[in-house]
Ligand binder design. Structure first.
Ligand code: ADP
Ligand code: MG
Length: 573
């Protein structure tokens, strides 16, 4: 008896679904892509329960006749390429003919479609026993696909779906990316029957930016625009000073396709290296257009990655484009080099070099914290004079030796513990309550966790439609940029919701994450130099902290060079 057999179609489709359909947002991505490929000028996305119950995408594109509609649900059925040759010159978003059959294998799918000028449309429902039930539908040009009960027949995968807000946040992200890449298409997104995004066709990218993020945020960005014979880079990068504690809102599009790409990411970081403090991240929406022939889009089943034929040229060009945006008036020469010279380059792209500033969390591993062992006995420095070294360091002598303190890290630790202890964070009512509009994803999380934030002294009121009112803030955060702070806080909430372990500790972990973000915000913004008295207070506050030697992200706050160390350093021992 033979052991090898060809798998049944349904199983093959389910396997394909494993790669293409990771979560409700992937369904949205595939259906919106199809609508875009069909030439739609309006796309309406309707979601129930974070997409777990329903994902419905309606478009006014070309539609399909009866035969095509039936065919579209077959595996490897596509209208987008015919020959192998075309695989290397793809200008549509789809080409694998995989999405519809894959989605239909893990959900209850209904497709309604009608071609231009047809007398009747067609409706296809996939029944529970996988039969196609075909009937007539009204002749409304375009296509509507409804996907219900995703993963209902793959319980193991259904279990991995996250909370409704998390799944919704991924969907919002997807729609945001598509809306950015296709400015001339009108989009709406409704969740549980209330509209959370909705805008008309935009005249240009800037207008779409304002539609998506509001004009306040748009003002904080610089335009990127550079063109050569072979490529064009354009979009927006945050101006120096507008940074985030995480990599959120970093979007890269290659030929209108949102992708992750280490080469481009590295090029952007290396262009901003002088503008962005260590551990902070720029926000960017970067579009690259290259000849379809020079980029391979068929390297990832969900098409989230691309591979360039000449990554070095791409790197130089993107870096130059971003650099010029940040330094108006300069022009960087990008004549292709004969030899690749970028440092740290490896097969898949660019290894991290200095410019790829590690996120604060990552940084902690790189520090040698052994120095802090000196403090294990808990010294109370007998403080004399303080000296500033650079912007952040303070030096002083104690009986035991030379003490160097990182003012920001120390301040962060002190504040962090104060927040956690709810001490001295009595919310101070704002003289002018601030009304802030946030991107929908961030808005949803902040509203959901209002009570947690209130416990930390940040009192927020829902103002509807992505707007909220900040009623009070902890005194300590008085002078901060409220919007940037809320963006970071939202990112923390999203992070905890996505990665947090569900247990009794979850609440505690969330609180710590948010407290660390609040503390970090204050400390980074505050560039003022402390006077002797303030420094003495800071030193004694630090001494009282539970973990005085590390900031909440794990960086050292202070280092002691003992007399013994100094003797060794100067070879007296
Ligand atoms: N919204 C739509 N409007 C018109 N045609 C569509 C739509 N969605 C799917 N199709 C047709 O069905 C085919 C299969 O779709 P899909 O499974 O997503 O594969 P692909 O997009 O890779 O071709 C497409 O090639 C297209 O011809
Ligand atoms: Mg498709």
């Amino acid at each position: 008896m033979s052991n090898i057999a060809i798998l049944p179609d349904l199983l093959i489709n389910k396997i394909a679904a494993g790669e293409v359909v990771e979560r409700p947002a992937s369904v949205v991505r595939e259906l919106v892509d199809n609508a875009i490929d069909a030439g739609a000028t309006r796309i309406d996305v309707e979601i129930l329960h974070g997409g777990k119950k329903l994902i419905k995408v309606a478009d006014n594109g070309s539609g399909m006749d009866r035969d095509d509609a039936i065919m579209s649900l077959e595996r490897h059925a596509t209208s987008k390429i015919e020959t192998e040759d075309q695989l290397f010159d793809i200008s549509t978003l789809g080409f694998r003919g995989e999405a519809l059959p894959a989605i239909s294998s893990v959900s209850k799918l209904t497709l309604i479609s009608s071609a231009e000028g047809a007398e009747t449309g067609v409706k296809i429902e996939i029944s529970a026993n996988r039969d196609k039930v075909i009937s007539d539908a009204p002749p409304l040009k375009g296509t509507t696909v409804e996907v219900r009960d995703i993963f209902y027949n793959t319980p193991a995968r259904r279990k991995f779906l996250k909370t409704i807000p998390t799944e919704l946040s991924h969907i919002i992200n997807t729609v945001t990316q598509k809306a950015f890449a296709y400015t001339d298409i009108a989009f709406t997104l409704t969740h549980n029957n209330s509209e959370i995004m909705g805008f008309n066709a935009a005249a240009d990218l800037k207008e779409r930016f304002v539609q998506l993020y509001g004009d306040k945020m748009a003002d904080e960005f610089l335009s990127i625009n550079k063109e050569s014979k072979a490529m064009r880079v354009y979009g927006f990068v945050s101006s120096p000073g507008v940074t985030r504690a995480s990599r959120s809102h970093q979007f890269i599009f290659v030929n209108s396709r949102p992708v992750k790409n280490a080469t481009i990411n590295h090029a952007i970081y290396s262009a901003c290296r002088d503008e962005i403090p260590n551990g902070k991240h720029p926000v960017y929406f970067l579009f690259l257009e290259v000849e379809p022939r020079n980029v391979d889009v068929n390297v990832h089943p969900a098409k989230l990655e691309v591979k360039f034929e000449r990554p070095d040229d791409i790197h130089r060009f993107v870096r130059a484009g971003v650099y010029e945006a940040l330094n108006p008036g300069t022009e960087v020469d990008v004549t292709p080099l004969p030899e690749p010279v970028w440092p740290g380059r490896s097969e898949g792209g660019y290894g991290p070099v200095r410019a790829e500033s590690p996120a604060v969390g990552e940084a902690s591993e790189k520090f040698d914290i052994s120095q802090t062992d000196f403090f294990s006995s808990g010294i109370t420095p007998d403080v004399r004079d303080f000296f500033h070294i650079g912007e952040s360091f303070i030096a002083t002598t104690t009986d035991e030796g030379l003490l160097i303190i990182d003012q920001h890290a120390a301040h962060e630790r002190i504040l962090y513990e104060k927040f956690l202890r709810r001490e001295k964070v009595e919310p101070e009512e704002l003289f002018m309550p601030a009304r802030i509009d946030l991107p929908p994803r961030e808005y949803n999380f902040v509203i959901k966790q209002r009570e947690v934030l209130k416990g930390l002294g940040l009192e927020i009121e829902d103002f509807g439609k992505n707007n909220l009112i900040v009623r009070s803030m902890p005194q300590e955060l008085h002078k901060t940029d409220v919007r940037g702070l809320l963006m970071d806080v939202a990112e923390g909430l999203i992070e905890e919701d996505t990665t947090g372990i569900r247990s009794e500790d979850a609440g505690e972990a969330l609180l710590k994450n948010i407290a660390a973000r609040l503390a970090c915000h204050r400390s980074v913004r505050g560039r003022e130099q402390l006077n002797n008295e303030e420094m003495t207070v800071m030193m004694s506050d630090l001494e009282k902290a539970d973990e005085p030697d590390k900031c909440p992200h794990g960086r050292p706050t202070r280092m002691l060079f003992s007399i013994n160390d100094l003797q060794k350093m100067f070879k007296r021992k």
